[in-house]
Design a protein around this ligand. Structure first.
Ligand code: UDP
Length: 332
């Protein structure tokens, strides 16, 4: 099959592209805004691999690439809470316009699409586990953080509308905190930041009181789950959580990283107002209900937090070694 991966030079997109390339032709479209050419360098020149450095807002190019593809995995998006707080216009526009273009053109050519959404859409839900049919609870519009969730919710609504009205085969994947090699801390993601801080002996910065929890998934597990979904006709028109099993507080995470890497870094607490902006509202909990995807695909995460930390550390060590030569050690 010929597969177009928008955002294919990003952290998750590049892992997907790499895996798909074993059995399919893969075309990557990425503007390198948060992705990196380094993520796909090893794929260049491989049979069946093509890439275009351009934006998903380039309608003419996207039309041509969709024409040539049988399936579109749409991951191109503005990601990371820090980026969202700092560049809300870019976040909202990229996420909504990009998805509009992809869905409209895919519908015209009758090509199947997978839309990548996020666990952010669950917002401040009080449910113990977030299930696909549960309510989505966001904060007020003057708190910038929620614009990311709202933009992704519009993407989901639009995708389901295309499915219902135009019979476009669409699947929606809600990714929970996905972690692994190639993810950098530059956009605020906590595990690569903690790992890097631990490796360099800098303070490990826990935001708020650290009691907020997350459930981390190794990118290899997430990729496995997504590839399985692609094989299931029962996935069309449906939403699936893809995430991990073990909930951990950010405070505990800091100590787990410190221990796993035998680091001397102190753990410090940074108020949200300092870390992000005044009045920043965090999600207190985030644990996926995985019953739906498990039932359809047999998915169960195989990698635990220890595996994740060690894999991220290996990647960060390489980056630190390279940065010494190229960036004077400043690159995140
Ligand atoms: N966080 C932290 N220290 C950091 C970066 C993030 O304590 O250096 C916290 C952040 O406030 C949030 C959690 O870690 O509560 C996960 O943040 P991330 O940006 O990785 O993902 P989110 O789940 O917020 O999208």
């Amino acid at each position: 099959m010929k597969i177009l991966v928008t955002g294919g030079a990003g952290f998750i997109g590049s892992h997907l592209a790499e895996e798909l390339l074993h059995t399919h032709e893969v075309c990557v479209l990425d503007d390198l805004s948060t992705g990196s050419i380094e993520n796909i360098r090893h794929l260049k020149g491989r049979e069946g691999f093509r890439y275009f450095i351009d934006t998903v807002l380039n309608r003419a190019l996207v039309a041509e690439l969709i024409d040539d593809a049988e399936l579109i995995l749409h991951l191109a998006a503005a990601v990371g809470v820090r980026l969202i707080v700092e560049s809300p216009v870019q976040t909202i526009e990229t996420n909504i316009k990009g998805t509009e273009i992809v869905l409209e053109l895919a519908a015209r050519k009758k090509k199947a699409v997978v839309i990548f959404s996020t666990s952010e859409v669950y917002g401040k839900s009080n449910e113990e586990k977030f299930s696909e049919s549960g309510d989505l609870v966001l904060g007020p519009t003057f708190k910038g953080r929620w614009s990311y969730a709202a933009s992704k919710m519009i993407d989901e609504f639009l995708a389901l509308a295309y499915y219902k009205e135009k019979k476009l085969p669409v699947t929606i994947v809600r990714l929970f905190n996905t972690v692994g090699p190639r993810q950098t801390g530059r956009y605020g993601m906590v595990v690569p930041r903690f790992v890097r801080q631990a490796l360099t002996g800098e303070p490990i910065t826990v935001f708020g009181d650290g009691k907020q929890t997350r459930t981390f998934t190794h990118v290899k597990d997430a990729v496995w789950a997504i590839l399985e979904l692609l094989e299931c006709s029962g996935a069309v028109g449906e939403i699936f959580n893809v995430g991990g099993k073990d909930e951990i507080s950010i405070d505990q995470l800091a100590h787990r990283v410190k221990e796993a890497l035998q680091s001397s870094s102190p753990v410090v607490y940074v108020p949200y107002a300092e870390a992000y902006e005044e009045g920043f509202e965090d999600m207190q909990r985030r644990l996926p209900d995985l019953r739906k995807i498990s039932k359809l695909t047999g998915y169960t995460p195989k990698y635990d937090l220890e595996d994740i930390i060690l894999d991220v550390a290996e990647y960060q060590r390489q980056r630190l070694a390279n940065a010494k030569w190229t960036f004077g050690g400043r690159d995140q």
